[in-house]
Design a protein around this ligand. Structure first.
Ligand SMILES: O=C(O)CCC(=O)C(=O)O
Length: 271
């Protein structure tokens, strides 16, 4: 274990084989597809078999094209899967954080599931992100940590994450505002990036300062992945800065569906 921490401190990341069970990841993946399947049926007027990968993913692309707003909202609902949230609070996760030096881990932001594909991205950022450091968006403890893992076996062709070992000690790099994370301005050498490879259950854990980027998903398939982020409440500068929370989470001011619901619809629920 001491070796694990040493390696993490040196490289800024660890790739841990078989950290999660294949079954628990499969369940989350299935529930995410089920949620999309419900709206696919409504919007496209056809039921799709979520286990028929290519047909299902084609239906995802059609759904995206046909009703973008519902697609975005469905994607947001998927972020609230209980199975995914449960995974992020498992003891083996908090134990790992403690092994890496966390005294008091908290969730930095809600877990995120991504479904990356060129066919599910209007500006390219939901296909692939340029090089960035997650700390710029999270601004939490200096030892903020990110967990990244795919819901499917995932290597270079599907665009698994690429990381620069040791770059977590280079400081906070300047970045533009492209995508939703910004991209680092400095010229980085492509050959410094290491391509990660995963089987279902493998976990990449990295410092929020580690420079990383999406690989290039050259396939017709979707790269399904999850990111979990944590802060250490005992980290001195985080305490001194008053625990900043840069993520904004608030309700819509107006009714999303005008004139809904009428009294009878509510009565029906409790009849
Ligand atoms: O999964 C990806 O392609 C990029 C995810 C990422 O780097 C991030 O959200 O910080």
């Amino acid at each position: 274990m001491a070796n694990q921490k040493e390696q993490y401190n040196k490289d800024g990341y660890l790739l841990i084989k078989g950290f999660f069970s294949k079954e628990e990841i499969a369940q989350i993946y299935q529930e995410a597809r089920q949620i999309f399947g419900i709206q696919i049926e409504r919007v496209l007027g056809k039921k799709v078999d979520i286990n028929d990968k290519d047909t299902f993913e084609k239906a995802m692309f059609e759904f995206f094209e046909k009703d973008f707003m519902s697609f975005v909202n469905t994607g947001k609902q998927v972020q609230h899967l209980i199975s995914m949230h449960r995974l992020g609070t498992e003891e083996k996760v908090t134990n790992l954080l403690k092994e890496l030096g966390y005294e008091f881990p908290v969730i930095a932001v809600r877990p995120a599931m991504q479904f990356n594909s060129r066919y599910l991205s209007k500006d390219g950022s939901h296909w692939k992100l340029g090089a960035h450091q997650d700390w710029r968006t999270g601004q939490g403890s200096l030892d903020s940590i990110v967990l990244w893992f795919p819901l499917i076996d995932c290597g270079e062709a599907l665009g698994a994450l690429q990381v620069i070992p040791g770059s977590h000690t280079w400081g906070l790099m300047s970045a533009d505002t492209s995508g939703y994370t910004g991209s680092i301005q400095e010229n980085l050498k492509e050959e410094d990036f290491i391509q990660t490879e995963f089987e279902v259950g493998d976990l990449l854990i990295f410092s929020a300062f580690l420079i990383h980027q999406s690989g290039n998903n050259v396939t017709q398939n979707i790269r399904w992945s999850i990111q979990l982020r944590y802060n250490n409440m005992n980290e001195e500068t985080f305490i001194e800065r008053g625990f900043p929370m840069p993520y904004i989470y608030r309700p819509e001011a107006d009714l999303v569906t005008p004139n809904f619901p009428v009294k009878e619809q509510i009565e029906q629920v409790f009849a």
